[in-house]
Design a protein around this ligand. Structure first.
Ligand code: ADP
Ligand code: MG
Length: 262
């Protein structure tokens, strides 16, 4: 990236030059970008949409505004991991993930913006006409199996990380926890063990999401996964409900109290 550059007359002020080499400073990118979603906790990113004069849209994920320790211990590792996974998937020809463009700095990843997509919602939130068709879930099942076949697990497989494009095309986003399986000759390594755990967690989530829409789509293998929720997901849910939500409630309560008295 170079220093700031002004746009030509035909281009609105907040749009960026077409060539990434001419993009302004990072602070200026955030200023010009549209904030799509602010981080809801230390564990996730602020996401922005950046537009260039020629109409290209990019998605920027950044931990830059998170506390220093979080950036060092979590942010940088997960942003780089997501970048590596997206590059790997693109090389393998996987069509159901955004394309990584570059790491703008150690806290920030730039990728293709999937335009016209909507986040998958709970079944009960859809009207009869808006609900994704069985084909969407058949596609989701087959892309997940392809993914594992390629030696990649997603690791955070949930509705919020599944986008739906018109034509019942699913796209998986948020690859910060993805794992690439280690080479086959390393049969008993820890890496293979972790990969298997993550793969099972993907399949459990895939089965429970699909079941909440069309239970008949589950085949024997997915039904099996549905019966055994992995212990780490049970523990995760327990910790989230018992401690994390309480902690966030107390924190936001205290913040509100401070603003009320000031
Ligand atoms: N490539 C993309 N194209 C369009 N929207 C995206 C893309 N990546 C993420 N988003 C949007 O940004 C939100 C947050 O992105 P996500 O990768 O899930 O980050 P987080 O780690 O903060 O959950 C998503 O819920 C989705 O709405
Ligand atoms: Mg997410």
């Amino acid at each position: 990236m170079q220093g700031d550059s002004s746009n030509n007359d035909s281009c609105p002020a907040d749009f960026l030059p077409d060539s990434l080499d001419q993009w302004p400073s990072f602070a200026e990118l955030l200023r010009r970008g549209g904030l799509l979603r602010k981080a809801t906790s230390w564990g996730n990113t602020d996401t922005y949409v950046l537009r260039t004069c020629d109409g290209t849209e990019y998605l920027l994920k950044t931990f830059a505004r998170q506390p220093f320790l979080i950036r060092i211990l979590l942010g940088r590792i997960s942003i780089r991991n997501e970048y590596n996974a997206l590059v790997f998937l693109h090389k393998k020809g996987f069509q159901h993930a955004p394309k990584a463009i570059s790491l703008l700095n150690s806290d920030s990843l730039l990728m293709e913006y999937i335009s016209g997509a909507s986040q998958l919602m709970k079944n009960e939130k859809y009207s009869e006409t808006e609900r994704p068709s069985p084909l969407f879930f058949q596609n989701l099942i087959s892309l997940t199996r392809d993914l594992h076949q390629m030696g990649v697990s997603h690791g955070d497989f949930r509705r919020a990380n599944i986008l739906r494009l018109p034509g019942d095309v699913p796209i998986l986003i948020d690859w910060t926890t993805a794992m690439i399986k280690c080479p086959d000759h390393k049969k008993f390594s820890l890496c293979r063990l972790f990969f298997n755990v993550a793969r099972k967690s993907d399949l459990y989530s895939l089965a429970s999401i699909t079941e909440s829409y069309y239970p008949d789509l589950l085949d024997g293998e997915l039904n099996q996964y549905l019966d055994k929720q992995p212990w780490f997901l049970r523990v995760g849910r327990f910790l989230r409900q018992k401690f994390y939500r309480q902690f966030i409630k107390q924190l936001t309560g205290r913040k509100k109290h401070l603003t009320d008295v000031s």
